[in-house]
Every structure is written in structure tokens, then in C-alpha cells.
Ligand binder design. Structure first.
Ligand SMILES: Cc1ncc(COP(=O)(O)O)c(C=O)c1O
Length: 406
């Protein structure tokens, strides 16, 4: 039998489905664009010159490979498993988002598009998009929920410095879901010259697979670096999940290694209960359709999408990428939730023990590591994705910890 038949690495199918999830639920006006994008991406994937350009810019512009770092003092403090961090917060612009943005914008240029639109939550995807647009001289418009504009001020200013137009979105609760709605509306209206650069593994096919493919550089590097450091694969990989792109990037190259335990960490906000003040779509949601794909969503009894809640703007999304929904259903990956309070504690622990100020998003992943590591033996290797740095979050953290920043 062809060994790929049983491989996790082959999804999605030709309709863009991962089991019952994913697909392409879009208006007729969007369909030709989506089909053109799929065709061009399918071609690019096998075009060596496309990957040569990617690898050149990953190396010289982004600074890849990012280091794999043994967190010695944290490991000592937790007193169990060995904890490694994949240092994607050291990338240009401070997060993993640029890995994917480069891929989509190189593709957009090859498609002759001159105007790039994006949605952003924490602002990291917006900053990455504005950055790469500035580099290539492309017009850039970023949709951002009004609530996020307020709590991620440093990133809003960064995007404007980079020449992007930032459009605050006031519908809904003014977060990522609302920004994505407006970006999709813009795309339908400006089909001719515009490319929609999506920041996570969500949206209609081919976005979830395409974004995953670009982010998989994270897991591919971890495989190589872990072999160099330890002579073997990690036992457990852990990553935080908003839409799920840094997590899919870390997980995907390990899906066929059944011995590697895979854990995705959702935002538990104020606690996963009936009040729905969290963003744990797999832990507290059920399947439905949003933003062009079928996946787990936070919704009420009538199927209305709920707003969700998290201290972390980047995790504040009521859905999750369809491939995660599928991995959850088939049991290949585990998904857990971490509350705001637990993430804040891990944030401080990371600052104090490792001299690394993490973003609030990976602080969720780290919080879960602090729960499991003490119970595991010292020869167990955990690798967590440090997918963003915390500069953007210091005001939020100061407020949460009751510090007066003046
Ligand atoms: C640093 C960081 N990590 C994680 C996320 C969540 O996105 P994803 O789940 O697609 O990695 C964001 C989103 O803005 C982010 O800025």
C-alpha cells in the first residue's frame, strides 16, 4: 500500500476538506478569486523559483532559522521534563506571522496584484503585512477591530509608520472576527487588483492549507535542530491557538510521528463555562460555518456566533482552523484551555527565569507546559513555540497586574 494513504500530511482533499471540516463556503462573487488563488498556489508549490525566493527572504529578511533554545532555569524550576523553546519571537517584526505573509505576498506579486488587504487581532499579522508591503512598494490596508486598536496601540502606530492604512472596525465587539468580515467585504468589492492576505489557518480553501504550508518551516526547523541538540525528536510539542497558524506550523511536520504528543492550547479567558467568556472553540464550542469554512465555533443555541473573550488579542477569535478541528476529532492532537490568570503567571515566570518577555499568546502555551512538565521525567523533552515577543503586551499586563504606567 502507498504509505501516503495513511499519512496525515496529505490533507486537505481536493475540495479543501479535512474530514468534515474546512471547505469553501463563499459567495458566488468570491468563488472565481478563490479558484484562481488555488490554481496559482498549486503551481507555486511545485515551482522551485518560488521556494528559492522564500528561502532567501526567510534567511536574509526574517532571520531564519530561529534558534531552538533549552530553557535551563525554567526546566530547573519546574523540576521535571526538559523544556525547549522555538524562538520565533526573534523573527523580524517579533512573531511567526511574517513566515506566512512573505509566502502570500510573493504569490500576490506573481499574480500581478498591487493592493494587499489583511485583518489583524494582536496587530502582529498587520505589522508583518505592512512590513512586507513596504519592502515591495505595495499598497496595504489593514482591518482591525476597534477594541484591538485600543489595546494594541504600539502595533497600530507601527503599521502606520510602515505606510499602511489601518481601518478600525466597530461592528460586533470590535475584535478579529469583525475585522475578518470587513476584509472579506473589501475583497469582494475590489477583486481586480486586491489580494487578501489571511493571517491564520482559517478562511476558505486554499487558505488553511496554504498558511499551514508557509508556517511549517517552524516544525521542519525544530525536527532538524532537535536532532542536532538531542539526537532525537521531542516527546511533546505545545503551541498556543488563536486561529491556529503557529500551532499548525509546529505540529504539521510531526503529525506522522505517532510517538510525538501534540498539544494545542486555547484561550480559556475567565474560565471555560456557560458564560462563554473564553475563546476555547474546541473545548467549549461546536461545529458551524464562519469565514468560509466549517469548523468548531463558539455559538449560542440559535447558531449565532458569540464574541468570546481573552486577555490576549491574538487568541481572541471564536473559531479555530479546520485542520485543528479534524485533528481534535480523530484524536491525533489534544486541546486544552488556559485562563487569563494562568497565562499572566507564566508570562511573569518566563521574564524572571529566562530573561525573555513573551507575548501573551505563547504565555498560554507556556502555562500549560508549567502544568505538565513537573509530572514528567527529566528525560522527557517538551518543545513549546515561543511565537511572539511581549513588547506589544506590556500595557495590558501592567493594567492586569495593577501597575500604574502613568
Ligand atoms: C504572537 C502571536 N501568537 C499567536 C497568535 C495567534 O495566531 P495563530 O493561532 O494563527 O498562531 C497571534 C495572533 O495575532 C500572535 O500575535
Amino acid at each position: 500500500m502507498n504509505e501516503l494513504v495513511n499519512s496525515f500530511m496529505t490533507g486537505p482533499d481536493d475540495k479543501g476538506r479535512f474530514g468534515d471540516f474546512g471547505g469553501r463556503f463563499v459567495s458566488e462573487t468570491l468563488m472565481p478569486l478563490i479558484l484562481e488563488l488555488e490554481e496559482r498556489y498549486t503551481y507555486a508549490k511545485t515551482d522551485q523559483s518560488f521556494w528559492d525566493e522564500m528561502h532567501f527572504l526567510w534567511k536574509h529578511y526574517v532571520g531564519r532559522p530561529s534558534p531552538l533554545y533549552l530553557a535551563e532555569r525554567l526546566t530547573e524550576r519546574l523540576g521535571g521534563a526538559k523544556v525547549y523553546m522555538k524562538r520565533d519571537e526573534l523573527n523580524h517584526t517579533g512573531a511567526h506571522k511574517i513566515n506566512n505573509v512573505l509566502g502570500q505576498i510573493i504569490l500576490a506579486r506573481r499574480m500581478g496584484k498591487t493592493r494587499i488587504i489583511a485583518e489583524t487581532g494582536a496587530g502582529q499579522h498587520g505589522v508583518a503585512t505592512a512590513t512586507v508591503c513596504a519592502k515591495f512598494g505595495l499598497k496595504c490596508v489593514v482591518y482591525m477591530g476597534a477594541h484591538d486598536v485600543e489595546r494594541q496601540q504600539p502595533n497600530v502606530f507601527r503599521m502606520r509608520l510602515l505606510g499602511a492604512e489601518v481601518v478600525p472596525v466597530t461592528s460586533g465587539r470590535g475584535t478579529l472576527k469583525d475585522a475578518m468580515n470587513d476584509a472579506l467585504r473589501d475583497w469582494v468589492t475590489n477583486v481586480r487588483d486586491t489580494f487578501y492576505c489571511i493571517g491564520t489557518v482559517a478562511g476558505p480553501h486554499p487558505y488553511p492549507a496554504m498558511v499551514r504550508d508557509f508556517q511549517s518551516i517552524i516544525g521542519k526547523e525544530v525536527r532538524e535542530q532537535m536532532h542536532e541538540a538531542e539526537g532525537r525528536l521531542p516527546d511533546t510539542v505545545v503551541a498556543a491557538i488563536g486561529g491556529g497558524s503557529n500551532a499548525m506550523g509546529l505540529f504539521h511536520p510531526f503529525l506522522d510521528d505517532k510517538e510525538v504528543r501534540i498539544i494545542g492550547v486555547e484561550a480559556g479567558g475567565k474560565g471555560v463555562n456557560d458564560r462563554m467568556e473564553h475563546c476555547a472553540s474546541l473545548t467549549g464550542g461546536r461545529p458551524g460555518v464562519l469565514h468560509g469554512n466549517r469548523t468548531y465555533l463558539l455559538q449560542d443555541d440559535d447558531g449565532q456566533i458569540l464574541e468570546g473573550f481573552s486577555i490576549s488579542a491574538g487568541l481572541d477569535y471564536p473559531g479555530i482552523g479546520p485542520e485543528h478541528a479534524w485533528l481534535h476529532e480523530i484524536g491525533r492532537a489534544e486541546y486544552v484551555a488556559i485562563t487569563d490568570a494562568e497565562a499572566l503567571e507564566a508570562f511573569q515566570l518566563c521574564c524572571e527565569t529566562e530573561g525573555i518577555i513573551p507575548a501573551l499568546e505563547p504565555s498560554h502555551a507556556l502555562a500549560h507546559v508549567t502544568k505538565i512538565a513537573p509530572e514528567l521525567p527529566s528525560d522527557h523533552i517538551i518543545c513549546m513555540n515561543m511565537c511572539g515577543r511581549g513588547d506589544k503586551d506590556i500595557f495590558t499586563v501592567a493594567k492586569a497586574l495593577g501597575h500604574d504606567m502613568g
